[in-house]
Design a protein around this ligand. Structure first.
Ligand code: SF4
Ligand code: SF4
Length: 88
């Protein structure tokens, strides 16, 4: 069986299934690259590893971002804001 993510948990008789944490979100974090200094602190604190480094830049991916806001809280440059998810 192939999973899209490593975020899986055992659930008794039903075995193992994937937690689609991206569906929990009512707000999404958005990064202002003019303020970002690429320090990586947000990525270090994100509990679901949704902030990744690509081409020497940190970016937020949304498949598993649950909108917890920890990255906003930890960013030393106030470079991340939460905005409402459309339709929620
Ligand atoms: S913590 Fe803030 S400044 Fe550092 S990489 Fe993340 S968004 Fe950029
Ligand atoms: S809102 Fe939470 S889950 Fe989403 S990128 Fe920030 S720290 Fe990670």
């Amino acid at each position: 069986m192939k999973f899209k993510s490593k975020y899986i948990v055992p659930v008794g008789a039903d075995g193992i299934y994937e937690i689609d944490t991206g569906k929990w979100r009512t707000e999404r974090p958005v990064m202002d690259k003019d303020k970002c200094i690429e320090c990586g602190i947000c990525a270090m604190y994100c509990p679901v590893f949704s902030i990744i480094k690509e081409d020497e830049k940190y970016i937020i991916t949304y498949d598993y971002c649950k909108g917890c806001g920890i990255c906003v809280h930890e960013c030393p440059k106030d470079a991340i804001d939460m905005i409402p998810e459309e339709g929620k």
